[in-house]
Design a protein around this ligand. Sequence first.
Ligand code: PLP
Length: 385
Amino acid sequence: MNTFSLRIIHAIRQVVGQQQANLHEPTFSGNELKYLQECINSSFVSSAGKFVDRFESELAAYTRADYAVAVVNGTAALHVALLLAGVKPKDEVLIPSLTFVATANAIRYAGAEPHFVDCEQHTLGVDPEALRHYLSTVIEIRHGQSVNRRTGSVVRALVPVHVFGHPCDIDGLLSVARDFHLMVVEDAAESLGSYYKEKHTGTLGLIGIVSFNGNKTITTGGGGAILTSNPELAYRAKHLCTTAKVPHSWEYSHDKVGFNYRMPSLNAALGCAQLEQLPQFLESKRRLFERYRDAFKDFQAVQVMEEPVDCRSNYWLQALLLDKSAEDERDNLLEDTNNAGLMTRPIWTLLHRLAPYQDCPRAPLPVAESLELRILNLPSSAGLS
Ligand SMILES: *Cc1c(COP(=O)(O)O)cnc(C)c1O
């Protein structure tokens, strides 16, 4: 093992101690069993149970979105959010290449094409200036819609992602979206508890989504939610996710091809218990960040990713950013840290390199391509601090 690896392992051990450390484990130290028991006793374990309504209203109150619609997972939430934003087959939807694959998958479920754009280093989110410049070269505005000159397709929406919980430059992106007639669907899957200028992420565009997968900040086992302040969209979200059943006491009438996407009450019961602990989780994760920052302060070539100015990050996954001078060390570091029982992971392979997405339209991606080689996620569980 080289000295760089030894120093990095030493720094991580200063924070997590001598134990093995996973990347992200959930913590169940509240009312989980109590609420699950209550849910089972009620016999309403599926989506008609009271815990679904309760989870939705508590989530809406927490995020200050007017409406939250709980669904089976974040990907399903994004699928429905895109449909509600008016995304149609053959449309293009702008997304960062630097995101989890679900962002692109949801676009394909809607029959549309991802169109990849670049990000900026200090937020890891879509770069508004680069986006504006790029769109001004490829877009022609026709009848109040953005049309990609090269493909002839309508570019309908933009999906900003708050990577690792760090809010991206939403004001900048909303301004570009306004000028290019783009609907904004926020992928806040990773950023429950993160704020952009006092506003909760996922509530800044037309519609947003969060995820409660097992590795996210709070978990419902599997789950997600659609957030919006628009009552009409909230109603349609719930309707589409409930097989588009027309409300009636006994008749089965469905006015669309809907989805069976509602969150079951069992999962929502878990969610209610987890949501009660969210403030503690956030505090622990912030403390963990501060300890990593201190442990790495004497390193020249690495930096612990910090929340952008005017933002409050949930610090979902801690990220170590290597300087270009150290990028050749990344694979060694992955090998050595994982062998030492410290689970680290590289950032995602850029989506435009994946087989299903390699032919999609894309902007120049110099920043994403550089970051791809230089980011390592560190053990990040709230329980570690
Ligand atoms: C986790 C995640 C999703 C999808 O959420 P699931 O609940 O796993 O379906 C979408 N986008 C991003 C950026 C994510 O990290």
